[in-house]
Design a protein around this ligand. Structure first.
Ligand code: 5GP
Length: 231
């Protein structure tokens, strides 16, 4: 049964697995709040496999994630959660919206990394939230900041080992019936910026956003480097 049809993924409720969902990653990419879209062949499976490896590694480091196991090239079984209506963004270097909306220059290091909150609501254009507003929404931001900072340290190390600078990334969290917090959604080059350490070339969704190249070979490079280093 289809639970949620997102822009690039669908969430289904399997008949035989209580408290679980399966998430299907589609061969689809969108940008600009869905204004621009394309259907790159193989993209769903690349994002699913990259996410699976990263969820597995983060679990090894003690981060609670919704990931249970991969059940097909572009499908994963996950815990069923109530997803918080927030996009949690961690920035190690300036790029994207922080450059567009401030005087900060692209590429400027952000040390220590910052954690920001955006409302997850396309109809409101995902605005930047203050922590006070997050609290007024009934969500304590502090455990999210702590988890996001820990996840950042692990992801920085993982990508450093395969030769990439992790510029920034977006994550989402969900809570289970006991109020326990889990990392949810996906972690892939669709939701992060990755620049080659030597050349500073982009290997992420900005290639599509800015018409700067084909994402499929870039995502394939990330997957094969993760596989050869961590599997
Ligand atoms: P920015 O705030 O610069 O637009 O995005 C910061 C980081 O979060 C980037 O790595 C970007 O890819 C990711 N990000 C922000 N919003 C979204 C979103 O709605 N979907 C996805 N997949 N990633 C996002």
């Amino acid at each position: 049964m289809l639970l949620v049809k997102g822009k690039v993924k669908s969430v289904y409720k399997p008949g035989n697995e209580p408290k679980s969902v399966f998430i299907e990653y589609h061969d689809k990419i969108t940008a600009g709040n869905g204004e621009k879209e394309d259907y790159p062949v193989g993209k769903g499976s690349l994002c699913c496999q990259i996410s699976s490896i990263l969820f597995d590694k983060l679990e090894e480091f003690g981060i609670k994630t919704h990931y249970i196991r991969q059940i097909g090239p572009n499908k994963m079984l996950c815990k069923e959660l109530d997803i918080l209506p927030l996009e949690v963004i961690v920035r190690n270097r300036a790029a994207g919206s922080i450059v567009k909306t401030t005087t900060i220059q692209e590429g400027q290091p952000i040390i220590p990394a910052i954690v920001e909150f955006f409302l997850k609501d396309d109809s409101k254009q995902d605005p930047l939230l203050t922590r006070d507003r997050v609290k007024l929404m009934g969500i304590d931001p502090m455990p999210l900041v702590e988890q996001a900072s820990n996840i950042n340290e692990y992801l920085l190390n993982i990508f450093n080992l395969i030769g990439f600078d992790l510029i920034d990334f977006k994550i989402e969290f969900g809570v289970d019936a006991h109020g326990e917090l889990y990392l949810a959604d996906e972690i892939s080059p669709d939701s992060m910026r990755l620049w080659d350490k030597n050349t500073q070339s982009k290997y992420d969704k900005d290639l599509f956003r800015n018409d700067e190249g084909d994402i499929v070979p870039a995502y394939r490079t990330i997957l094969s480097k993760l596989q050869s280093t961590f599997i």
